[in-house]
Design a protein around this ligand. Structure first.
Ligand code: MRU
Length: 349
């Protein structure tokens, strides 16, 4: 199986450097929080669940700089640290949910000494890491039931082992189906501008010996029109309480196309990717990235100097276009507003 995307090892974080894939498999070592911040911002580590683990480990890195023995000051410094880590990328809610969990541990143990608080933070970070490994495998089991022998699957961006600790959400479903002996083929959208589909998804699927065909994003419509796609799986960066889902730019186009061609469109994401504080996708902050990601390709300028750019990293797929959301607890079907609550809480509101 996959090499872990991110690990905590001897007081530092080791991550696969996704900027260098697929040409080189190299690792980055983050020894302090600003190195981690940069690794997140420049997408050395990326994908919502991997960002959750990175944020939790980032707090552990930050602990190295905190010298106080006094709890009030310790908690204040952790809060500042979490704020800094959270400023790296705005859309993937796993990052913020992980930071909230780290701060919650402190709130739940107000009387613990600083030494004890440090231990609790370490345990919580490790729990976030281990949980991701478990929830991805659970989503794999539930989602694999949707894949039939001979299914032709379309996916976008990279929602695989590289976007999580080690297994994947949308691609995890495919790994589980493969393990169950199903034969299927995958079309991977290249995912402009940064080509996570071409560089990362194609890399990991071919390594796992999954039958994979790489297509340019603009080819998805034609594939669907020809009846060559049976089902679509995508990951998520943030899911609102009504099911509206932010994911890599281009996901919304696939969902609209899927609706027109009557192709089931599934999101695969764990509870950590749900933002229960927001009612709809309108409240999701979409990261805007440097226009150079569009005007340059593989380090070479491809557009004229002076041209304007528009480079949102994500779009929001309205819940009406989603057939189901696969989570670690099963598959949520419409009506999402009612069923998301029931799915996680166990009863109607
Ligand atoms: O900008 P990225 O590469 O971090 O975007 C990642 C995605 O959009 C993924 O599809 C999403 O995080 C789900 S990952 C399991």
């Amino acid at each position: 199986m996959a090499i872990p995307t991110i690990v905590w090892s001897q007081n530092h974080i080791r991550i696969i450097d996704q900027r260098k894939l697929p040409l080189q498999l190299k690792f980055v070592t983050c020894k302090n929080v600003s190195q981690l911040w940069r690794a997140i911002r420049t997408l050395a580590v990326r994908g919502a669940p991997a960002l959750g683990a990175a944020a939790a480990f980032g707090v552990l890195l930050g602990l190295k700089q905190i010298k106080t023995k006094e709890r009030k000051s310790f908690d204040a410094q952790i809060k500042k640290l979490c704020h800094y880590i959270g400023s790296s990328r705005p859309t993937a809610v796993n990052l913020f949910n992980a930071l909230d969990r780290m701060q919650c541990i402190l709130r739940d143990h107000p009387d613990a000494s600083v030494l004890k608080a440090r231990k609790l933070l370490f345990q919580e970070a490790m729990a976030i890491f281990e949980e991701d490994r478990w929830v991805c495998r659970q989503m794999g089991i539930h989602g694999a039931k949707l894949i039939k022998n001979g299914s032709r699957i379309l996916t976008i961006c990279n929602a695989g082992s590289l976007a999580t600790v080690d297994f994947g959400t949308a691609l995890g479903v495919m790994y589980s189906a493969k393990k169950a002996g199903k034969k299927f083929k995958v079309f991977a959208c290249e995912t402009r501008p940064l080509l996570q589909g071409a560089r990362l998804t194609a890399w990991e699927l071919t390594r796992e010996k999954v039958d994979t065909t790489l297509v340019c994003d603009s080819m998805a419509a034609s594939l669907m029109a020809q009846g060559q796609i049976d089902i679509i799986f995508a990951g998520a960066d943030r899911i609102a309480s009504n099911g509206d889902t932010a994911n890599k730019i281009g996901t919304y186009s696939l969902a609209v196309l899927a609706h027109y061609h009557r192709i089931p469109f599934y999101i695969v994401a764990p509870e950590m990717t749900f933002d229960k504080n927001i009612q709809s996708g309108k409240q999701i902050v979409i990261e805007q990235r440097d226009g150079k990601e569009i005007t340059f390709l593989a380090g070479k300028r491809i557009a004229p100097l002076g041209v304007k750019t528009y480079n949102p990293s994500f779009d929001v797929t309205p819940h009406r276009l989603i057939t189901g959301i696969v989570t670690e607890k099963g598959i949520i079907r419409p009506s999402f507003k009612k069923n998301i609550y029931k799915h996680f809480i166990g009863h109607d509101r």
